[in-house]
Ligand binder design. Structure first.
Ligand code: SAM
Length: 225
């Protein structure tokens, strides 16, 4: 059984997708998708030996070695252009996801959907997507063991947010009807308040400017709520 987080990712994968799961670790996601009959063939990519071996073991034990190709390599270098139409990169920092996508841009040709689940720095990911010909069509949220996770679905297209808050927080229009939206706002405000408290003791112009920026952000969040 998948974690609630990976289940949400799995739910966003289209039927019969040709997927490449990059940074697959245990390969639970592709294994689940093939077992469910949702995808026929998958690639699981891993850069590190330990997780690569774990992935191989999961796939072998499930008897799916003919359907899931576990490959060792950095990011998208494990696939050829056109091999996958759906890419998943989950459970990594937004910065790492950006590095993987930027380094493998030539492999994104023909990719119709990317399901990305950044643990932190999702603003960097949203910006990169917009600067590189992707639109964000779904902002999904999931609460798993007390942690609120963000999941983005990106598709080829042009899009720019005029509001910087949307890069940091996600497109409010896509999020506002989500049952976890109030929790997401509450989490973001809480985080700002934590930073504000730590800035309280700091002296100087720099700290003052940071404090003002945080307060401004907090006001904006309270506004969209
Ligand atoms: N995707 C799984 C999930 O969401 O549960 C596993 C997440 S795990 C925290 C991150 C995995 O990404 C690790 O197994 C790590 O070895 C792998 N990884 C990190 N950077 C990578 C890269 N550039 N290319 C391929 N795999 C990478």
């Amino acid at each position: 059984k998948l974690s609630k987080r990976l289940q949400k990712v799995a739910d966003l994968i289209p039927m019969r997708a040709k997927i490449a799961d990059i940074g697959s670790d245990h390969a639970y996601l592709p294994t689940y998708l093939v077992e469910q009959g949702k995808v026929v063939k998958a690639v699981a990519g891993e850069v590190n030996q330990g997780p690569y071996e774990t992935a191989k073991r999961t796939v072998e034990e499930a008897g799916l070695s003919d359907k899931i190709d576990v490959r060792r390599g950095n990011g998208l270098e494990v696939i050829t252009a056109g091999e996958a139409d759906t890419i998943t990169v989950c459970g990594m920092g937004g910065g790492t996801i950006v590095e993987i996508l930027a380094a493998g841009k030539d492999k994104l040709y023909g990719v119709k959907k990317m399901i990305l689940q950044p643990m932190v720095d999702s603003d960097r990911l949203r910006k990169w997507l917009h600067q590189n010909g992707w639109r964000i069509t779904v902002e999904e949220l999931v609460m798993d063991e007390g942690i609120l996770y963000e999941i983005l679905l990106a598709e080829p297209g042009q899009e720019v947010y005029s509001d910087p808050l949307w890069y940091e927080f996600g497109n409010v229009e896509l999020l506002k009807n989500h049952p976890l939206f109030p929790q997401k706002i509450a989490c973001a405000i809480e985080k700002l308040e934590r930073i504000l408290r730590s800035l309280q003791k700091a002296q100087g112009e720099d700290a003052g400017m940071k404090r003002d920026a945080m307060l401004e952000k907090k006001n904006r969040l309270e506004e969209v709520w």
